[in-house]
Design a protein around this ligand. Structure first.
Ligand SMILES: *Cc1c(COP(=O)(O)O)cnc(C)c1O
Length: 399
C-alpha cells in the first residue's frame, strides 16, 4: 500500500463543501485522551459555541459522533415510542428519510406529501396535526435534494399549538441561512459539519429543548439504539460535575480530532460573524442565479423559496447532464451535484456552502458549466453569464 493522496477538488455539490486550510490543520493536531482535562475544556467550549450558533441558550447542545443522519436518527429514536403518532412533512429525499426512521421507531407515521421543489405547506401540516393527538411534527428546514426552504417558525408554532414536539432538520441550513431555535421555540434541531460549517463530514450537532428532554426522561421503554440514547450520551457530554447528567463517565471514545476540526470551524464562523456569513451566502447565490439566467438556464425552485446554499438548475432538453458534471470534474476539478429521487437527471445541484461560497467559486462554476454546455452544442453566452454575476457582485469584470 501507499499513502492516499486525494486529487485537488473544488466542492460545489450538496456537501461536503470545501474545508479551509485552518480546519484541515486543526484536524492534524496531536490526539489526546477523551477524558483529558484539556479535552474537557474543549468540549465545554464546543457546547457553548453550538448554543450560540443555533441561538439555543436553554437547549442541551452537543455534537453527535456521526454525520448529519445521526442527528435525525437521534431525534426520532429518542422522542418516539411504539404507537406514538408522528406527522412528517415530505418535500424531498430527507423528509422521506425522516418518515422511514419514524416508522422504524415504531411510530404511526402520517406523511404530508409535496411535489419536489416546493416549500412545506404549513396549512396542510396543521390539518394533519388537528386530526389526532400527535407526539412529533418533523420537517426539513433546508431540503438539500430540491433546494427549497421552509418556514420553520410557522411549522414549530403549529406543533406547539397542537401539543406536539417539533423536530427540525437544519443540516444544510445551519450557517447558511438564519437558524433561530429560541425564536422558533423548536424542540429538537440537528445539523451536520460538512455543509455550511465547512468541516469534514462525521459529526452532527444537535440541540434538545427542556420539553424534549422531559419527554425522553418520561419514556415507557428504553431508547432502542444505544449509541444515540440521549441520557447515556449526556453521562459523558453533560458536564464535569454531574449536573448535566453523569460527571464524564465513559460512554464512547469521542472522535477527538474531528472535534478539533469542528471547534476551528466554529472559531472561523464567529470571527467572520454569523450574520456576515449569512449575507455572504445570499450574495453569492444572487450572483450565481444572475449568471445562470444570463446563460439562458433556469432555476427549479420559485424565487421566494430558494436556498442560497443549494441551487437546483434545470437541465435543458437534449443535454446529457452526467456528461456536464464529468466535464466540470475533468477540466476544472469542480464537483457539482446530480439530481436524486424525483429529480434524478432533471437538475444539477450547485452548492454554495461555507468556504465554497465565494465570488471565485461562483465565477469558476459559471465558466465550467457554460464550457460543458457549449461542448454539447448548446448556444450559451459565457461572457454574458460572467458579466451578470460580476454585476451582482458589484465588481467590474475583466477589461
Ligand atoms: C446532508 C443532509 C442530511 C444527512 O447528512 P449526512 O451527513 O449525509 O448524514 C440530512 N438532511 C439534510 C437536509 C441534508 O442535506
Amino acid at each position: 500500500m501507499q499513502s492516499f493522496q486525494p486529487p485537488h477538488r473544488i466542492l460545489m455539490g450538496p456537501g461536503p463543501s470545501d474545508v479551509s486550510p485552518r480546519v484541515l490543520a486543526a484536524l492534524a493536531r496531536p490526539t489526546i485522551g477523551h477524558l483529558d482535562p484539556a479535552f474537557q475544556d474543549l468540549m465545554e467550549e464546543i457546547k457553548a459555541a453550538l448554543q450560540r450558533l443555533f441561538n439555543a441558550p436553554d437547549h442541551a447542545c452537543v455534537p453527535l459522533p456521526a454525520p448529519g443522519t445521526a442527528g435525525m436518527e437521534a431525534a426520532m429514536m429518542n422522542l418516539l415510542e411504539p404507537g406514538d403518532r408522528c406527522v412528517v412533512a415530505v418535500n424531498g429525499a430527507f423528509g422521506g428519510r425522516m418518515a422511514d426512521m419514524a416508522g422504524r421507531a415504531g411510530a404511526t407515521v402520517v406523511t404530508v406529501d409535496h411535489d419536489w421543489g416546493q416549500a412545506v405547506d404549513v396549512a396542510r401540516c396543521e390539518a394533519a396535526l388537528a386530526e389526532a393527538p400527535t407526539k412529533v411534527l418533523a420537517f426539513v428546514h433546508a431540503e438539500t435534494s430540491t433546494g427549497a426552504k421552509s418556514d420553520a417558525a410557522s411549522l414549530c408554532g403549529i406543533a406547539r399549538k397542537h401539543g406536539a414536539l417539533s423536530v427540525v432538520d437544519c443540516v444544510t441550513s445551519l450557517g447558511g441561512i438564519v437558524v433561530d431555535v429560541a425564536g422558533w421555540d423548536a424542540d429538537v434541531v440537528y445539523s451536520g459539519t460538512q455543509k455550511c460549517l465547512s468541516a469534514p463530514p462525521g459529526l452532527s450537532p444537535i440541540a434538545l429543548s427542556k420539553r424534549a428532554q422531559a419527554a425522553i426522561s418520561g419514556r415507557k421503554e428504553k431508547v432502542r439504539n444505544w449509541l444515540l440514547d440521549f441520557n447515556l450520551l449526556m453521562s459523558y457530554w453533560g458536564g464535569p460535575d454531574g449536573s448535566g447528567g453523569g460527571g464524564r463517565t465513559y460512554h464512547h471514545t469521542a472522535p477527538i480530532n474531528a472535534l478539533y476540526g469542528l471547534h476551528e470551524s466554529l472559531v472561523a464562523i464567529f470571527e467572520e460573524g454569523q450574520q456576515a456569513a449569512i449575507v455572504r451566502h445570499a450574495r453569492m447565490h444572487e450572483a450565481l442565479v444572475a449568471g445562470i439566467e444570463a446563460a439562458g438556464l433556469s432555476m427549479l425552485v420559485a424565487a421566494k423559496d430558494r436556498l442560497p446554499q443549494l441551487n437546483t438548475v434545470i437541465v435543458p432538453d437534449g443535454i446529457d447532464e452526467a456528461a456536464v458534471r464529468a466535464h466540470a470534474l475533468k477540466a476544472w476539478d469542480l464537483e457539482i451535484g446530480a439530481g436524486i429521487g424525483a429529480l434524478k437527471g432533471r437538475v444539477w445541484r450547485i452548492g454554495l456552502m461555507g468556504a465554497s461560497a465565494t465570488p471565485w467559486h461562483v465565477r469558476l462554476c459559471l465558466t465550467a458549466l457554460c464550457e460543458a454546455l457549449a461542448a454539447q452544442g448548446l448556444a450559451v453566452d459565457a461572457k454574458a453569464a460572467l458579466a451578470a454575476a460580476d454585476k451582482q457582485l458589484g465588481k467590474a469584470g475583466p477589461a
